[in-house]
Design a protein around this ligand. Structure first.
Ligand SMILES: Cc1cc2nc3c(=O)[nH]c(=O)nc-3n(C[C@H](O)[C@H](O)[C@H](O)COP(=O)(O)OP(=O)(O)OC[C@H]3O[C@@H](n4cnc5c(N)ncnc54)[C@H](O)[C@@H]3O)c2cc1C
Length: 525
């Protein structure tokens, strides 16, 4: 049996990938040994960009029912006094959505699976494991083990998307090594369900006590995530025992509600983790691609591991779809690894920094940290490293780096308020998964000249005049952004990142040059 795409692993990244490629109509198989969703909540946090991806997939109406916004986080010192309270609501939501929201991973995965099975072009094989891969230049020969009867089955696929997690069989089989950031930290992660009768305070706390750095994060409903840093003198044998966990919870439980008795509620799980920072040296080998934890692992302090896996998939999907539909040159697939590695490296380093800030176990460093944070509470600029809202930027890949350099090339375009719709569509949905041009210029003649450019045919009329009367400009977010960055016209990629932009000088000619450059990258050779 031959498939266009074989997705290895049906964790959350595999399930998002199945939906993305299923929506494009490709003949897809998904291989997963486990028959059930792994019912332990690992990821709890999404960012705004991730929600934009769900919007373009048409999932946000449902996802919005299972998420809760995070308003901020209070950093406390070892005496329980607030050193800084970071209010995330004060920042303008550049992606339209709340920049930090909480969710329950198994519920999310269940939703993804319910959507994936709607596609007749996806063959979902639960109870099967990939045991051999022969990755040729244009075809992959795959051996699958049927776990029920221990028999092998053989298939081929044009492409392999390895979403098989941290211990990725595919990554190892293809001999792809990982860079180790050597930032291992040991933490115990606990999911705790508070008894229904106690209403909980939903404030989130980072307790910067050098004797036991602790995180308390109410997620959704009565579910609270606790994280305790492991101390050198902890007894590793009893670390995850309920008695020990409740002992570590004891000094802080009252913060959820002073009436909660210490032995009430249910410990859904406790698990000791060594958090790593690992980045595969290449996310691609021939027609095989690594995505999610198979490609990278990071300490969870920014809540980004899964978000980045979803972004891997989104980045790859428009490129690979274009190549498979013979619209784009296969060479653009090399930009997947380049672009994603650059961003994930930045995020891993950010997560490490965050881990160092909250996890110090040395009195002097912790005291200096507390002083810094206290000062920073009066100078908001200093708090930047602790904020989740970052314009993560593609530095190298399919963006214009030399024709018309601008700091925004490679960043995602701001999203207007979610109250604004045109033709019943939000901004990203309206632009669609295509290249497009946004023109911030009042002269309709310039608009028409751009539309009539021979080179602009590739945009298939996805060219929009973003003058003040454009409905998407009602909140002025995009027009102010364009003004601040001296942009008169911008080329937007199918993933809403800026390919390149031009200023007010000779707009038509320069857009022609930029489009010709883009065409060269998309179609050359
Ligand atoms: C404590 C903790 C907190 C976290 N918090 C966050 C957070 O708040 N936000 C966030 O974005 N991320 C967070 N993360 C990270 C996030 O949980 C992971 O990045 C994400 O779950 C990885 O998903 P995945 O689909 O890539 O891998 P997995 O979920 O590991 O799925 C891989 C799948 O591949 C299957 N598989 C393995 N081998 C084979 C094979 N040979 N053949 C076929 N299938 C195979 C496995 O059975 C599995 O189902 C957190 C992680 C931890 C540990």
């Amino acid at each position: 049996m031959h498939y266009d795409i074989a997705i290895i692993g049906y964790g959350p990244v595999g399930a998002v990938t199945a939906n993305l490629f299923g929506q494009k109509g490709f003949n897809t198989i998904v291989i997963e040994p486990k028959k059930e969703i792994w019912d332990i909540p690992r990821a709890v946090h999404f960012d705004g960009q991730t929600q934009r991806i769900f919007q373009t997939m048409g999932f946000m109406d449902e996802i919005s029912k299972i998420i809760h916004p995070m308003e901020g986080i209070n950093f406390l010192n070892n005496k329980g006094k607030s050193i800084v309270n970071i209010n995330l609501k004060l920042d303008e939501p550049i992606n339209g959505y709340d920049e930090s929201v909480f969710f329950n991973q198994p519920i999310f995965e269940k939703f993804l699976r319910s959507e994936a099975i709607k596609h007749n072009n996806i063959d979902i094989k639960l109870g099967y494991k990939l045991t051999n891969i022969d990755a040729q230049e244009s075809i992959n020969n795959l051996t699958l083990l049927n776990i029920n009867n221990e028999e092998n089955e053989y298939i081929t696929s044009s492409y392999v998307l390895a979403c098989d997690g941290a211990n990725s069989f595919v990554r190892k089989a293809l001999n792809i090594e990982s860079f180790d950031y050597k930032c291992d930290q040991d933490w115990v992660v606990v999911d705790y369900q508070v008894d229904e009768k106690y209403k909980i305070n939903t404030d989130r706390y980072q307790i910067c006590d050098y004797k036991r750095p602790t995180t308390i994060v109410p997620i959704t409903g009565q579910h609270v995530r606790w994280e305790f840093k492991v101390n050198p003198d902890d007894n590793l044998e009893t670390l995850e025992d309920e008695k020990n966990i409740r002992k570590m919870m004891k000094p802080h439980l009252w913060r959820l509600n002073p009436e909660i008795p210490l032995h009430s509620g249910k410990l859904l799980r406790s698990s000791a983790y060594t958090f790593h920072g690992l980045l595969a040296k290449n996310f691609k080998f021939n027609n095989c691609f690594l995505l999610g934890d198979a490609a990278h692992q990071m300490p969870p302090f920014l809540g980004q591991g899964l978000c980045q896996g979803i972004k891997d998939s989104y980045n790859l999907c428009w490129k690979l779809s274009g190549v498979m539909n013979n619209a784009f040159n296969k060479k653009i697939l090399n930009t997947y690894s380049l672009e994603r590695k650059g961003i994930v490296d930045f995020v891993i380093k950010g997560a490490m920094k965050q881990g160092d800030i909250i996890g110090s176990q040395d009195w002097l460093t912790a005291t200096l940290r507390d002083i810094y944070l206290n000062v920073a509470s009066y100078i908001p600029k200093l708090l930047k490293p602790l904020k989740f809202q970052k314009p993560w930027k593609i530095k190298n890949g399919m963006i214009d780096n030399y024709l018309f350099p601008n700091d925004v090339n490679g960043v995602i375009i701001p999203h207007p308020s979610l109250d604004i719709k045109v033709d019943n569509k939000l901004f990203d949905q309206y632009l669609g998964n295509n290249f497009g041009i946004l023109l911030f210029h009042n002269d309709i003649n310039v608009f028409n000249e751009i539309k009539n450019l021979e080179s602009a045919k590739i945009f298939d009329n996805n060219i929009h005049l973003m003058t003040e009367d454009n409905k998407f400009n009602q909140d002025k977010k995009i027009s102010s952004w364009a003004k601040e960055n001296n942009i008169s016209a911008a080329i937007i990629r199918p993933d809403q990142h800026i390919y390149g932009c031009v200023d007010d000088e000779d707009i038509v000619n320069n857009i022609d040059k930029l489009t010709t450059k883009l065409k060269g990258e998309l179609f050359k050779h």
